[in-house]
Design a protein around this ligand. Structure first.
Ligand SMILES: NCc1[nH]cc(CCC(=O)O)c1CC(=O)O
Length: 330
C-alpha cells in the first residue's frame, strides 16, 4: 500500500545515507480512527487530521520517532511539539489519466461516467467537460482499478507519484500536464515529521532532506494555508524552481467547475511563502462573495481525509490501516 511504500522509501534513504542495515529501523503500522470506520462517509465522521492524529499522538508519546506522510494530505499546521522539516526529493507531481478505453480527457465521449472523490479533480474536470458524469470513487488504488474493470466508470484519476511508488505507472494512459489539470498542493512530496526537540532524529533526517522540495512545498502550503484550505477543498497549486526563482501557480474552483480563478507569481525562492500567501489573497479578492461557501462536505470538517479515503480497502476491513507508517528508530 501507498503509505507503507512511502515508509519503505524513507527507510531506504536513511539506510543509504547512514550506511545502516534495514533492521536499524522498525516500521510500526498505526491504525487510525479513519481506517477503522469503514461503513460511514468520511464527511459524517468529520474532524481534521482524522488519519494523522493518532500517528502524531504516538510521536508525541515517544512510541515512534518518525512519521512518514504524503504532504498533500497534511493539515497546514502541525501540533505543538512536532515539526516537519524533512521533505524527500519530489516525485512526479502530475495527475494520471486512467482508462481502459480512452486515451485522454478529450477522448471521453459525451456524458461519459468518470470516477473521483477528489473535490479538486472533480471541479477541474467539470470545468473542462461539464457534460461528463461524476461518481464517487473511494478505496485504494487497487479498489479503484477494480471499479473501472467492473464498469462503474470509464475513467479515473490518480496521482502519478502514488502509481510510481507502487510500481504501477503502467495502469496510466499518461500524465496530465499541469496546464491542463493543476495538481494538489504538495502532490508527490513525502514529508517526515518528528518531535521538535529531538536533536538525534533531526540529525538522522538531515542528510535525506531535499532542499528544493522543501522550498517548493513551503510556497504551495503557504498558499493553501492563507486560503484556509485543505485537501478536501477545490484548490490546486504548484511551484517550480527556475534557477534562483520560484514560479508559483494557484487555482481555486467552485465544486461544480462553473468558475475557476487562477493566478501566478514569480520571485526569489526565499520569498516562496510570502508569494504563496500573496497569491492566495489575490485569488480570494477576485472571488465572488459566495465562492467559499463550499457546502456540507467541507463544513463537516472532512479536511484531510483524502489520502486515507483513497487507501481504505472497501469491503476488506481486516486489511485496513496498514499504511499508517511510522518508522521507529532503535
Ligand atoms: N489523496 C490520496 C493521496 N495522497 C497522496 C497520494 C499520492 C502520492 C502523492 O501525491 O504524494 C494519493 C493518491 C492519489 O491522489 O491518487
Amino acid at each position: 500500500m501507498l503509505a507503507l511504500a512511502q515508509a519503505h522509501e524513507t527507510r531506504a534513504r536513511l539506510m543509504a545515507a547512514h550506511d545502516l542495515p534495514e533492521d536499524a529501523f522498525e516500521i510500526e503500522v498505526i491504525k487510525t480512527t479513519g481506517d477503522r470506520i469503514l461503513d460511514r462517509a468520511l464527511k459524517e465522521i468529520g474532524g481534521k487530521g482524522l488519519f494523522t492524529r493518532e500517528i502524531e499522538d504516538a510521536l508525541i508519546a515517544g512510541e515512534i520517532d518518525i512519521a512518514v506522510h504524503s504532504m498533500k494530505d497534511m493539515p497546514t499546521i502541525q501540533p505543538e511539539g512536532l515539526v516537519i522539516d524533512c521533505y524527500l526529493p519530489r516525485e512526479d507531481v502530475r495527475d494520471a489519466f486512467v482508462s481502459r478505453d480512452y486515451a485522454s480527457i478529450s477522448d471521453l465521449p459525451q456524458g461519459a461516467v468518470v470516477g473521483s472523490s477528489s473535490l479538486r479533480r472533480r471541479a477541474q474536470l467539470a470545468a473542462r467537460r461539464p457534460d461528463l458524469q461524476l461518481v464517487e470513487f473511494r478505496g485504494n488504488v487497487q479498489t479503484r482499478l477494480k471499479k473501472l474493470e467492473d464498469g462503474v466508470a470509464v475513467a479515473t484519476f490518480l496521482a502519478m507519484a502514488g502509481l510510481s511508488r507502487l510500481g504501477m505507472t503502467h495502469v496510466s494512459r499518461g500524465p496530465i500536464q499541469p496546464e491542463e489539470m493543476l495538481p494538489a498542493v504538495a502532490q508527490g512530496c513525502i514529508g517526515v515529521e518528528r518531535r521538535s526537540d529531538d536533536a538525534r532524529i533531526a540529525a538522522l533526517l538531515a542528510p535525506i532532506a531535499d532542499h528544493d522540495s522543501g522550498l517548493r512545498v513551503a510556497a504551495e502550503r503557504a498558499f493553501l494555508a492563507e486560503l484556509d484550505g485543505s485537501c478536501q477543498t477545490p484548490i490546486a497549486g504548484l511551484a517550480v524552481l527556475e534557477g534562483e526563482n520560484l514560479w508559483l501557480r494557484g487555482e481555486i474552483l467552485r465544486p461544480d467547475g462553473s468558475e475557476v480563478i487562477a493566478g501566478e507569481r514569480r520571485g526569489p525562492v526565499a520569498d516562496g511563502p510570502a508569494m504563496g500567501a500573496d497569491l492566495a489573497r489575490e485569488l480570494r479578492n477576485r472571488a465572488p462573495a459566495d465562492f467559499f461557501d463550499w457546502g456540507d462536505r467541507v463544513r463537516a470538517g472532512a479536511s484531510c481525509a483524502a489520502r486515507p479515503a483513497s487507501d481504505i480497502p472497501s469491503g476488506r476491513p481486516e486489511k485496513a490501516g496498514r499504511f499508517f507508517t511510522c518508522g521507529s528508530v532503535r
